[in-house]
Design a protein around this ligand. Sequence first.
Ligand code: G3H
Length: 374
Amino acid sequence: MTAREGVSKPQTCVAQTGAGVIALAPVDQPWADRLGPVDTALPPPVLRHCRLHPRDPPPPSAIRPFFTPVPVRPFPTRPSRPPPIPSLFSKLLSLTPTTAVPHSPAPPPPSPATMARTFFVGGNWKCNGTKDSIATLCSTWKESGAGVAGGPVEVVIAPPSVYAVSAAASLPDGYQVSLQNTWTGKGGAFTGELSAEMAKDCGINWVILGHSERRHIPTIAESDETVATKVAYALGAGLKVIACIGEQLEEREAGNTNAVNERQLAAIAAKVTDWTNVVIAYEPVWAIGTGKVATPDQAQEVHAALRAWLSANVSPSVASSVRILYGGSVSAKNCNELAGKEDVDGFLVGGASLKPEFTAIVDSHKHAKVPVSA
Ligand SMILES: O=C[C@H](O)COP(=O)(O)O
């Protein structure tokens, strides 16, 4: 049944967030589109559960008086995760709170145990390499027995685009190839750009978008909005996306780590409806290329917060299934301990992906705590 079938005005829907708050509003408002099944336990007029999302526009002022915050049982979460952070939703609720109504809690999300996340290791070669160095590296990897075809880990290498097709033929079995960037839309008069369609045409199925170097190098300076537009377009064109987010050192020191990451993620969430082909890479900018890796606890803390944000603002199902990678000075020495953290589903590796030790990082999937699916 769609949102409006069988619904006559005025009616009310119930929205529940991961923070355990519901709000009431007429169902004929655009932001109330994601209605669930009729809940007969709820009082008349007919009430339905729905989930608010940050892409929903603010409600028209005429309906603000209908918003009613009601404490309810929070969604079940894994014990080690902090409570969800419903920052955008809290703003909506603060408009005009009135009174509480009885209700039934939303059904619980799928158990994490049923939502296995295949370990993922990405190698981002950035603007490095020559035909010769790539041939040598690939030979070294192959001689060391690398190869992941059909295995419990997914490996994706992002060479500079001019080498992407030739590198694909040289890589170990099962290693996939990614671009490091694509254009915001379809091809055309955009000198120097590559479209998602061109990647597909060349048999390349992945793209890295929103890398911190593209966000923060002043002559590139991609905004949250640009990154989100690229992510949505690439997905629509059939690519899989490694979407990067991460805070800068001064933002972490100011206590804004979660706020910055949530802002970047919210921009993407506002344009993405299907997360099946999205992998999130959390890369603290202060750890990239510096040799200063985040501690396993620091990485886990942010990954857990991101998963909680996804649960509250997208869906518990997406939060349980989306892979969240860590990136920033990952090496053969530190990868196993990082891989052992519950919410670390793999890595996006820069410098070490240009070295023989990369295969040891691939092997760190053996230390992963998350159940894997081949
Ligand atoms: O995309 C990869 C990240 O920027 C990490 O680079 P890094 O491993 O050299 O620190």
